[in-house]
Design a protein around this ligand. Sequence first.
Ligand SMILES: NC(=O)c1ccc[n+]([C@@H]2O[C@H](COP(=O)([O-])OP(=O)(O)OC[C@H]3O[C@@H](n4cnc5c(N)ncnc54)[C@H](O)[C@@H]3O)[C@@H](O)[C@H]2O)c1
Length: 366
Amino acid sequence: MRVGSKEVKDQMKNHLKSLVLTAANIEQIVEKVGVDQIMDQLIERTYNVFVEFSDQESIMPIRSGFNYTEPKVGLIEWMPIRDVTHEEILMKMVAYHPDNPKDYQLPTILSTIATYDTRTGHLKAIMDGVLPTALRTGAASAVASKLFGHPESRVLGLIGCGAQSITQLHALSRLFKFEKIMYYDSDAPTMSSFENRAAFLNLGIAFHGSSIDEIVASSDILCTATSVGVNEGPLFSNIQPKDHLHVNAVGSDFPGKIELPKALLLKSYVSPDLPEQAAIEGECQQLDAKDVGRDIISCLKMANQLEHLKQESTVFDSTGMALEDQIVADLFLLHAAEMNIGEYIYLENTNLEEKNPYSFLLKLKH
Ligand SMILES: NC(=O)c1ccc[n+]([C@@H]2O[C@H](COP(=O)([O-])OP(=O)(O)OC[C@H]3O[C@@H](n4cnc5c(N)ncnc54)[C@H](O)[C@@H]3O)[C@@H](O)[C@H]2O)c1
């Protein structure tokens, strides 16, 4: 069909509804598919998409946004990615407000994900991004841990026991046979409720509330996912970890906000997700470019040459990529289509005459 022909125009008009996947829809999909299955699918897809990633087919600028200290400390950012092959742009709007749990009983991270057709600009779909963000952040750490972590890792350390820690624990426990989970949170109620919040995973592993020092000294793999304040890090210093410690540094994603001591970074192979972004807001902001390793996607592509890193000290500097949002959005859209979940609505005004925004008023008169 020729662009501009009546058939193409009719087809376009017929497809101009937008799919809405609410939080309830996302939950419904997770319930139907199974939470372990969703995580397994996501880990597998994250691995495959990373390995096959080509910057000719996907354009991913670093995120941008507003950060502020009034009325609350927080930020709202936009994270875009263009999929050239599928004529689509995905944009996640993500907000970080660390006082949310305490002040409003809301998650620290709120977000929505939208996809657009690059032929027309039409909004194809919009969905909840809160659970998908937690899931995809866990999946990315799992992929990085498989690449860098010691295969016989038995002790998982978690510093920060909020929303992300649950999916870090879930994702990593799908790939490693942990015997002990050591955890710490600076907030007492969060610390005391952690084991209960994680209980539904039925991991059959011993949980130990521990000090940060004990965790760092004993862990084979460590996930840091805290809301530590700007200029309040690092979370620890002068602790001798195991030689093969792998860290997923998840919480450092803001200028001045760091979780790991520079000394640990300097003795580790540090792989960022998006190097330009990590240099501004990740652990990499503490490092000169010469001290930063290859990005995680490049590392995965040459995994067979990096086997030795499993025995060495490594850090995945995870600041969050729109590519991960695209992977999780694609998975939920696929399940939604198969299960007929979600609602198509006319959100954009595509019924008016294309060169008369007031045409609806004229129609009323006739
Ligand atoms: N890398 C990514 O892709 C990605 C994705 C989502 C969230 N994040 C980041 O992960 C972090 C955690 O997010 P969340 O949704 O779990 O937030 P959350 O508020 O649910 O949990 C954060 C926890 O960190 C604890 N904490 C703060 N300072 C601490 C300290 N010094 N020591 C120990 N614990 C401390 C808090 O008490 C809180 O329980 C945030 O910084 C967020 O921006 C990163």
